[in-house]
Design a binder for this molecule. Structure first.
Ligand SMILES: [Mg+2]
Length: 223
């Protein structure tokens, strides 16, 4: 009897919560866009990105120090996502008024003129200077390989170990299986991935890295 009462109570609460969340008028899209611009222009977006990269840097240095003491050092590697992690698409997102069809967004990425996200570039340079391998694993597809290489180089990224783009034939809705398989493959080449940094959950789920770091991104969500 008591169990039934609890079940009814839970069901009632659930329906109530759903009804409430459905009933509220959402925030106006124009004011959300204003907030998105303010977040960027105030410098707070960059500050939040830098705070995350700073934590990753602390871990990287700690891990490097331990490795130097080790009697059997490993081939250390880090994995970086590209968009909103290594390069910023903010200018084109702003130009498209934070909208646009997937085709427009991809074409904007294909232009290859995105600036570096400076804290990530600094971490990248530090890793390379300390003989840590760096792999870019991106949801961009193979057709953007040349544009992406040029863009990464123009932005200051040099001598990465590999750039792994999604095959054109990839069918899964989420990028996660592709990214997990890419990291698995890096490990099979004998690397030990100490850091995996991205701005989407799908960049980071599924292990194959000692530590993951999630950068802020209120501008879009990729599955
Ligand atoms: Mg990204």
């Amino acid at each position: 009897m008591r169990k039934h009462l609890i079940l009814i109570l839970v069901a009632t609460l659930s329906v109530g919560l759903l009804a409430n969340s459905d009933a509220r008028e959402p925030k106006n899209v124009a004011s959300i866009k204003t907030e998105l611009i303010r977040y960027h222009d105030s410098g707070n977006y960059l500050k939040d990105q830098a705070a995350v990269i700073n934590q990753a840097m602390v871990y990287l240095k700690e891990r490097l120090a331990n490795e130097k003491k080790s009697s059997s050092p490993e081939k250390l590697a880090i994995v970086l996502d590209i968009d909103e992690t290594s390069l910023s698409n903010y200018a084109s997102m702003h130009e498209m008024d934070f909208g646009g069809k997937l085709k427009d967004i991809n074409e904007a990425e294909g232009k290859g003129n995105d600036p570096a996200i400076q804290p990530t570039l600094e971490l990248y340079r530090y890793a390379k200077a300390n003989n840590i391998a760096v792999f870019f694993v991106t949801g961009r597809t193979e057709q953007y390989r040349d544009a992406t290489i040029k863009n990464l180089q123009d932005a200051g990224y040099k001598d990465w170990n590999d750039l792994i783009l999604k095959p054109e034939t990839y069918q899964e809705k989420s990028a996660a299986p592709f990214k997990i398989a890419a990291r698995d493959n890096i490990e099979k080449q004998g690397y030990h991935i100490i850091l995996n940094i991205g701005d989407q959950k799908s960049d980071l789920v599924g292990h194959h890295a000692e530590k993951t770091f999630k950068l802020p991104n209120p501008y879009y969500m990729v599955g």
